[in-house]
Design a protein around this ligand. Structure first.
Ligand code: TYM
Length: 331
C-alpha cells in the first residue's frame, strides 16, 4: 500500500512491434487501475536483451512502447511510466533474488524451454534467470496486483514463491502479489495457427495484428484468418479460430458471445471476418493517431521517462534499504 492505495505493477518488453494480444491481454487493462491504485508501468528493456537486439531498434522501441502506453490511455500524471534500466535497483534486486531462486525452479519455466528452442545459438544465463528479474520488478514496489496475459502466469507464481521464501527467512519484507487476468482476452491466439499464442516474435506476418497496423493491413489479415469448415459463428473449444475471432470482436465491441452468434446467424465467415477487421481497425485508430502525435515530441517522452524513473526510484530505494538490512549488508 502507498497511503490508502494498493499498488499495481506491470511491464512490456520493447522487443518487437506490439500486437493486439499485448493490447487486449495487458495494456488495455492497465488504465482501469489509474484512478484508485498507485500504478507503475515499466518498459522492461533489461528483459529484452535476453534475446539479441539491434541497438538502434531497441532504443526506438523503448520510446515507442512508452508512447503506446500513453496512446492507450495511460496519463503520465496518474501513472508512473518509466524505463526499467533507468532504475538500477531492478538489476540489483534481481541479482539478490537469484540467490533465493532454485536452479530446478527456473528449469521448469516453459517460456525458457520455448525460447531456448527458438534461440538455440544464444541460450544465455539471462534467458535462464529472466523470471527472477521479473520477480524483482514486482517485489521492488511491494506490488499487490499484476495485470498480465495468461502466458505470464507461471512467472508470476514463481515471483510469489520467491517473495514468500524471502519473507520466511527474514520476516515480512515483500508484499505477495496477485495476478489480474481479464478472462476474455488473457490469451489472444495467432490468426494463422489459432492453437498458439499471438506473439510479437512470430515470423508469419499474417498471424499477427500489430497495434499500429494500417486499416488495410488489419482487414487483409482478418480476411486471411484461419477458421474451420463448419461455416457457423459459434463459440466452442473445438473451433479455436472462430472462437478467437469472437473474443477479439467482443473485446472491441463489448457485445456478448450470444449477441455475436445471433448477429452472424446464417451468414458466412466472410461477413464475420470483415466485421471483426472493421471493429479492430476502428478500435485501434485513435491509439494510432495519438501514438503518431506523441512520437513527434521526443523531448516530452524523455521528460515523462525521467519523471517516472525518479518517482519509481524513490519507492525502490525504500524496499532496497529494507532488503539490504535484512540480508546483512553493511549500510
Ligand atoms: P511481453 O512483453 O511478452 O508481453 C506484454 C504483456 O502482453 C501479454 N500478452 C498477451 N496477452 C494475451 N494474448 C496474447 N497473445 C499475449 N501476448 C502477450 C503478456 O502476458 C504481458 O502481460 N515477462 C513479461 C514482461 C515483464 C513483466 C514484468 C510483466 C517483465 N517484468 C513484471 C509483469 C510484471 C513479458 O515478456 O511480457
Amino acid at each position: 500500500m502507498i497511503g490508502d492505495k494498493k499498488i499495481v505493477f506491470s511491464g512490456v518488453q520493447p522487443s518487437g512491434n506490439l500486437t493486439i494480444g499485448n493490447y487486449l491481454g495487458a495494456i488495455k487493462n492497465f488504465s482501469r487501475f489509474s484512478e484508485d491504485y498507485k500504478t507503475f508501468y515499466c518498459v522492461v528493456d533489461l528483459h529484452a536483451i535476453t534475446v539479441r537486439q539491434v541497438p538502434a531498434e531497441l532504443r526506438r522501441r523503448t520510446y515507442e512502447t512508452l508512447a503506446l502506453y500513453m496512446a492507450c490511455g495511460l496519463d503520465e500524471k496518474k501513472n508512473t511510466l518509466f524505463v526499467q534500466s533507468h532504475v538500477p535497483a531492478h538489476a540489483e534486486l534481481g541479482w539478490m533474488l537469484d540467490c533465493y531462486t532454485m536452479f530446478g525452479e527456473l528449469s521448469r519455466m516453459t517460456q525458457f524451454k520455448d525460447k531456448s528452442q527458438k534461440h538455440s545459438q544464444n541460450i544465455n544465463a539471462g534467458l535462464f534467470t529472466y523470471p527472477t528479474l521479473m520477480a524483482a520488478d514486482i517485489l521492488l514496489y511491494q506490488t499487490d496486483i499484476v495485470p498480465v496475459g495468461v502466458d505470464q502466469r507461471q512467472h508470476l507464481e514463481l515471483a510469489r514463491d520467491i517473495g514468500m521464501r524471502f519473507n520466511q527467512i527474514y520476516g515480512d519484507t515483500f508484499t505477495i502479489p496477485e495476478g489480474y487476468m481479464s478472462t476474455d482476452t488473457m490469451k489472444i491466439m495467432s490468426l494463422a495457427e489459432p492453437t498458439s499464442k499471438m506473439s510479437k516474435s512470430d515470423t508469419n506476418q499474417n498471424a499477427v495484428v500489430y497495434i499500429l497496423d494500417s486499416k488495410d493491413d488489419v482487414m487483409r489479415k482478418f480476411k486471411k484468418a484461419v477458421t474451420d469448415s463448419e461455416a457457423c459463428v459459434r463459440y466452442s473449444e473445438d473451433k479455436p479460430g472462430v472462437s478467437n475471432l469472437m473474443s477479439i470482436y467482443r473485446a472491441f465491441t463489448g457485445k456478448s458471445f450470444e449477441e455475436i452468434e445471433r448477429e452472424f446467424d446464417g451468414k458466412g465467415y466472410g461477413d464475420f471476418k470483415m466485421a471483426v477487421g472493421e471493429a479492430c481497425a476502428d478500435g485501434l485508430a485513435p491509439v494510432r493517431d495519438e501514438f503518431a502525435r506523441l512520437m513527434a515530441d521526443k523531448a516530452h517522452l524523455e521528460a515523462v521517462m525521467k519523471a517516472g524513473a525518479d518517482e519509481a526510484a524513490y519507492f525502490a530505494r525504500k524496499t532496497m534499504s529494507k532488503v539490504r538490512r535484512k540480508i546483512g549488508f553493511v549500510n
